[in-house]
Write a protein that binds this ligand. Structure first.
Ligand code: NDP
Length: 238
Protein backbone atom coordinates (compact mmCIF):
# COMPACT_ATOMS: atom_id res chain seq x y z
CA UNK A 1 0.00 0.00 0.00
CA UNK A 2 1.26 3.50 -0.86
CA UNK A 3 2.33 5.45 2.22
CA UNK A 4 2.26 9.25 2.21
CA UNK A 5 5.58 10.49 3.58
CA UNK A 6 6.35 13.98 4.91
CA UNK A 7 9.34 15.77 6.36
CA UNK A 8 8.83 18.72 8.70
CA UNK A 9 11.85 20.71 9.88
CA UNK A 10 11.81 22.50 13.21
CA UNK A 11 9.27 19.97 14.47
CA UNK A 12 10.13 19.92 18.17
CA UNK A 13 7.99 22.99 18.97
CA UNK A 14 5.78 25.71 17.55
CA UNK A 15 4.26 25.46 14.09
CA UNK A 16 6.40 22.48 13.06
CA UNK A 17 5.20 20.47 16.04
CA UNK A 18 1.54 21.21 15.27
CA UNK A 19 2.06 20.51 11.55
CA UNK A 20 3.50 17.11 12.41
CA UNK A 21 0.46 16.20 14.49
CA UNK A 22 -1.99 17.35 11.82
CA UNK A 23 -0.19 15.44 9.06
CA UNK A 24 0.26 12.26 11.10
CA UNK A 25 -3.46 12.36 11.92
CA UNK A 26 -4.05 12.57 8.16
CA UNK A 27 -2.12 9.31 7.64
CA UNK A 28 1.23 10.73 6.66
CA UNK A 29 4.35 9.09 8.01
CA UNK A 30 6.17 12.16 9.34
CA UNK A 31 9.89 12.56 9.85
CA UNK A 32 10.30 15.22 12.52
CA UNK A 33 13.56 17.14 12.15
CA UNK A 34 15.12 19.02 15.04
CA UNK A 35 18.59 20.19 15.93
CA UNK A 36 18.35 19.25 19.61
CA UNK A 37 18.37 15.47 20.06
CA UNK A 38 16.68 15.39 23.45
CA UNK A 39 13.91 17.75 22.34
CA UNK A 40 13.15 16.01 19.06
CA UNK A 41 13.27 12.57 20.72
CA UNK A 42 10.88 13.72 23.46
CA UNK A 43 8.49 15.33 20.99
CA UNK A 44 8.42 12.30 18.69
CA UNK A 45 8.09 9.85 21.62
CA UNK A 46 4.97 11.68 22.85
CA UNK A 47 3.35 11.47 19.43
CA UNK A 48 4.28 7.79 19.13
CA UNK A 49 2.67 7.11 22.51
CA UNK A 50 -0.48 8.70 21.10
CA UNK A 51 -0.36 6.20 18.23
CA UNK A 52 0.96 8.54 15.53
CA UNK A 53 3.42 7.26 12.94
CA UNK A 54 6.27 9.74 13.38
CA UNK A 55 10.00 9.52 13.79
CA UNK A 56 12.40 12.08 15.18
CA UNK A 57 15.71 12.81 13.50
CA UNK A 58 18.42 15.07 14.82
CA UNK A 59 19.69 17.44 12.15
CA UNK A 60 20.78 21.06 12.07
CA UNK A 61 19.62 22.30 8.68
CA UNK A 62 22.51 24.76 8.51
CA UNK A 63 24.88 21.78 8.27
CA UNK A 64 25.02 19.99 4.92
CA UNK A 65 26.33 16.74 6.39
CA UNK A 66 23.36 16.58 8.77
CA UNK A 67 20.93 17.04 5.90
CA UNK A 68 22.74 14.37 3.86
CA UNK A 69 22.49 11.96 6.81
CA UNK A 70 18.77 12.71 7.09
CA UNK A 71 18.27 12.02 3.40
CA UNK A 72 20.16 8.71 3.60
CA UNK A 73 18.05 7.67 6.55
CA UNK A 74 14.73 8.47 4.86
CA UNK A 75 15.89 6.75 1.65
CA UNK A 76 16.70 3.62 3.61
CA UNK A 77 12.98 3.37 4.42
CA UNK A 78 11.10 4.94 1.53
CA UNK A 79 11.55 5.34 -2.22
CA UNK A 80 9.40 8.46 -2.40
CA UNK A 81 8.52 11.68 -0.57
CA UNK A 82 5.19 13.50 -0.82
CA UNK A 83 5.79 16.57 1.27
CA UNK A 84 8.73 18.67 2.40
CA UNK A 85 7.86 21.48 4.79
CA UNK A 86 10.80 23.82 5.27
CA UNK A 87 9.49 25.24 8.52
CA UNK A 88 12.63 25.62 10.68
CA UNK A 89 13.58 29.25 11.07
CA UNK A 90 15.08 31.80 13.41
CA UNK A 91 14.82 35.44 14.28
CA UNK A 92 18.49 35.66 15.10
CA UNK A 93 18.45 39.32 16.13
CA UNK A 94 19.11 39.56 19.89
CA UNK A 95 15.78 40.19 21.60
CA UNK A 96 13.78 38.39 18.91
CA UNK A 97 10.62 40.27 18.05
CA UNK A 98 11.57 42.96 20.62
CA UNK A 99 14.93 43.53 18.92
CA UNK A 100 16.05 47.10 18.32
CA UNK A 101 18.97 45.98 16.13
CA UNK A 102 19.41 47.82 12.85
CA UNK A 103 21.53 47.39 9.72
CA UNK A 104 24.12 49.56 11.47
CA UNK A 105 24.37 47.53 14.64
CA UNK A 106 23.83 43.92 13.61
CA UNK A 107 26.78 41.56 13.59
CA UNK A 108 27.22 40.47 9.94
CA UNK A 109 28.11 36.96 11.13
CA UNK A 110 24.60 36.70 12.54
CA UNK A 111 23.17 37.64 9.16
CA UNK A 112 25.18 34.84 7.56
CA UNK A 113 23.88 32.36 10.11
CA UNK A 114 20.31 33.51 9.53
CA UNK A 115 20.78 32.96 5.79
CA UNK A 116 22.25 29.53 6.40
CA UNK A 117 19.18 28.48 8.38
CA UNK A 118 16.26 30.43 6.88
CA UNK A 119 17.22 30.32 3.20
CA UNK A 120 20.12 27.97 2.44
CA UNK A 121 18.69 25.43 4.86
CA UNK A 122 15.65 25.05 2.62
CA UNK A 123 17.90 24.74 -0.42
CA UNK A 124 19.89 21.96 1.29
CA UNK A 125 16.69 20.02 1.99
CA UNK A 126 15.38 20.49 -1.54
CA UNK A 127 18.63 19.22 -3.04
CA UNK A 128 18.75 16.25 -0.67
CA UNK A 129 15.15 15.19 -1.35
CA UNK A 130 14.70 16.08 -5.02
CA UNK A 131 15.01 12.48 -6.21
CA UNK A 132 12.52 11.18 -3.64
CA UNK A 133 10.06 14.02 -4.30
CA UNK A 134 10.04 13.20 -8.02
CA UNK A 135 8.71 9.77 -7.07
CA UNK A 136 5.91 11.08 -4.82
CA UNK A 137 2.29 10.94 -6.05
CA UNK A 138 1.48 14.63 -5.49
CA UNK A 139 4.77 16.05 -4.29
CA UNK A 140 4.72 19.44 -2.58
CA UNK A 141 7.34 21.73 -1.07
CA UNK A 142 6.17 24.42 1.36
CA UNK A 143 8.64 27.08 2.40
CA UNK A 144 7.39 28.69 5.60
CA UNK A 145 8.26 32.33 5.04
CA UNK A 146 7.13 35.65 6.47
CA UNK A 147 5.52 38.86 5.34
CA UNK A 148 8.54 40.47 7.04
CA UNK A 149 10.56 39.24 4.05
CA UNK A 150 8.29 40.94 1.53
CA UNK A 151 9.90 43.80 -0.40
CA UNK A 152 6.56 45.50 -0.99
CA UNK A 153 6.07 47.89 1.93
CA UNK A 154 9.36 46.90 3.54
CA UNK A 155 10.14 48.53 6.88
CA UNK A 156 13.29 48.92 9.00
CA UNK A 157 14.56 46.50 11.64
CA UNK A 158 15.22 42.75 11.77
CA UNK A 159 17.68 42.91 8.85
CA UNK A 160 18.86 39.30 9.16
CA UNK A 161 15.32 37.95 9.34
CA UNK A 162 13.94 40.12 6.55
CA UNK A 163 16.89 39.52 4.20
CA UNK A 164 16.94 35.77 4.77
CA UNK A 165 13.17 35.38 4.32
CA UNK A 166 13.36 37.48 1.13
CA UNK A 167 16.04 35.03 -0.04
CA UNK A 168 13.74 32.12 0.83
CA UNK A 169 11.01 33.74 -1.26
CA UNK A 170 13.45 34.13 -4.15
CA UNK A 171 14.42 30.48 -3.84
CA UNK A 172 10.71 29.59 -4.06
CA UNK A 173 10.34 31.50 -7.32
CA UNK A 174 13.46 30.01 -8.90
CA UNK A 175 12.51 26.49 -7.86
CA UNK A 176 9.02 26.79 -9.31
CA UNK A 177 10.53 27.59 -12.70
CA UNK A 178 13.13 24.85 -12.45
CA UNK A 179 10.46 22.33 -11.41
CA UNK A 180 8.03 23.30 -14.17
CA UNK A 181 8.47 20.01 -16.00
CA UNK A 182 7.85 17.92 -12.88
CA UNK A 183 4.76 17.29 -10.73
CA UNK A 184 6.44 19.01 -7.78
CA UNK A 185 4.75 22.22 -6.64
CA UNK A 186 6.57 24.70 -4.43
CA UNK A 187 5.09 27.69 -2.64
CA UNK A 188 6.03 30.11 0.11
CA UNK A 189 3.53 30.60 2.92
CA UNK A 190 3.34 33.24 5.64
CA UNK A 191 1.44 31.85 8.64
CA UNK A 192 0.55 35.31 9.97
CA UNK A 193 1.53 36.44 13.46
CA UNK A 194 1.24 33.28 15.54
CA UNK A 195 1.49 32.60 19.29
CA UNK A 196 4.66 30.49 19.40
CA UNK A 197 8.00 31.05 21.11
CA UNK A 198 8.94 33.15 18.09
CA UNK A 199 5.67 35.05 17.75
CA UNK A 200 5.25 35.63 21.48
CA UNK A 201 2.09 35.86 23.60
CA UNK A 202 0.79 39.05 21.95
CA UNK A 203 0.50 37.41 18.54
CA UNK A 204 -2.94 37.60 16.97
CA UNK A 205 -3.24 34.00 15.79
CA UNK A 206 -3.45 30.59 17.39
CA UNK A 207 -1.16 27.81 16.23
CA UNK A 208 -4.16 26.11 14.59
CA UNK A 209 -4.87 29.26 12.57
CA UNK A 210 -1.18 29.53 11.68
CA UNK A 211 -0.85 26.03 10.29
CA UNK A 212 -4.05 26.12 8.23
CA UNK A 213 -2.48 27.97 5.29
CA UNK A 214 0.61 25.77 5.40
CA UNK A 215 -1.53 22.62 5.24
CA UNK A 216 -3.46 24.15 2.35
CA UNK A 217 -0.21 24.50 0.37
CA UNK A 218 0.90 21.03 1.46
CA UNK A 219 -2.19 19.38 -0.01
CA UNK A 220 -2.72 21.38 -3.20
CA UNK A 221 -4.43 19.44 -5.99
CA UNK A 222 -2.76 18.82 -9.35
CA UNK A 223 -4.22 22.03 -10.79
CA UNK A 224 -3.12 24.13 -7.80
CA UNK A 225 -0.62 26.98 -8.00
CA UNK A 226 3.17 26.78 -7.84
CA UNK A 227 5.70 29.56 -7.30
CA UNK A 228 3.40 31.78 -5.23
CA UNK A 229 3.50 33.53 -1.87
CA UNK A 230 0.36 32.93 0.19
CA UNK A 231 -1.31 33.64 3.51
CA UNK A 232 -4.53 31.76 4.35
CA UNK A 233 -4.55 30.31 0.84
CA UNK A 234 -4.62 33.77 -0.76
CA UNK A 235 -1.76 35.37 -2.73
CA UNK A 236 0.20 38.13 -0.98
CA UNK A 237 2.78 40.57 -2.31
CA UNK A 238 6.44 39.48 -2.54
P1 NDP B 1 9.65 28.67 16.91
O1 NDP B 1 10.77 29.57 17.31
O2 NDP B 1 8.64 28.29 17.89
O3 NDP B 1 10.25 27.33 16.27
C1 NDP B 1 11.29 27.37 15.34
C2 NDP B 1 11.72 25.95 15.05
O4 NDP B 1 12.80 25.96 14.12
C3 NDP B 1 12.27 25.24 16.31
O5 NDP B 1 11.88 23.90 16.28
C4 NDP B 1 13.76 25.38 16.13
O6 NDP B 1 14.53 24.43 16.82
C5 NDP B 1 13.85 25.16 14.63
N1 NDP B 1 15.15 25.52 14.12
C6 NDP B 1 15.76 26.72 14.16
N2 NDP B 1 16.98 26.63 13.60
C7 NDP B 1 17.15 25.35 13.22
C8 NDP B 1 18.21 24.65 12.60
N3 NDP B 1 19.36 25.24 12.28
N4 NDP B 1 18.05 23.33 12.33
C9 NDP B 1 16.89 22.70 12.66
N5 NDP B 1 15.85 23.31 13.25
C10 NDP B 1 16.00 24.63 13.54
O7 NDP B 1 9.00 29.38 15.66
P2 NDP B 1 7.60 29.19 14.90
O8 NDP B 1 7.07 27.85 15.11
O9 NDP B 1 6.79 30.37 15.22
O10 NDP B 1 8.11 29.40 13.40
C11 NDP B 1 8.10 28.39 12.41
C12 NDP B 1 8.34 29.07 11.06
O11 NDP B 1 7.31 30.04 10.85
C13 NDP B 1 9.66 29.84 10.99
O12 NDP B 1 10.25 29.65 9.74
C14 NDP B 1 9.23 31.29 11.18
O13 NDP B 1 10.14 32.19 10.58
C15 NDP B 1 7.89 31.28 10.48
N6 NDP B 1 7.01 32.38 10.89
C16 NDP B 1 6.54 32.45 12.17
C17 NDP B 1 5.72 33.51 12.54
C18 NDP B 1 5.15 33.64 13.92
O14 NDP B 1 4.46 34.65 14.19
N7 NDP B 1 5.36 32.68 14.82
C19 NDP B 1 5.37 34.57 11.58
C20 NDP B 1 5.92 34.39 10.26
C21 NDP B 1 6.70 33.32 9.94
P3 NDP B 1 15.14 24.75 18.32
O15 NDP B 1 14.03 24.44 19.29
O16 NDP B 1 16.30 23.80 18.41
O17 NDP B 1 15.54 26.18 18.35
Amino acid sequence: MYRKVAIVTGANRGLGHALTKALAEDDYKVFMVGRNKIEIDNASAKFQEAGLDVEGFEADISKSRHVTALSSYVQSQFDHLDLLINNAGVIIEPGGLESQVTCFTINPELVETAYSINAVGALRLVQAFYDLLKKGRQPRIVNVSSGMGALNGIKGGWPAYRMSKAALNTLTGILAIELEDTRIKVNAVCPGWVKTDMGGPNATRSIEEGIAGILWAAKLPADGPSGGFFRDGKPIDW
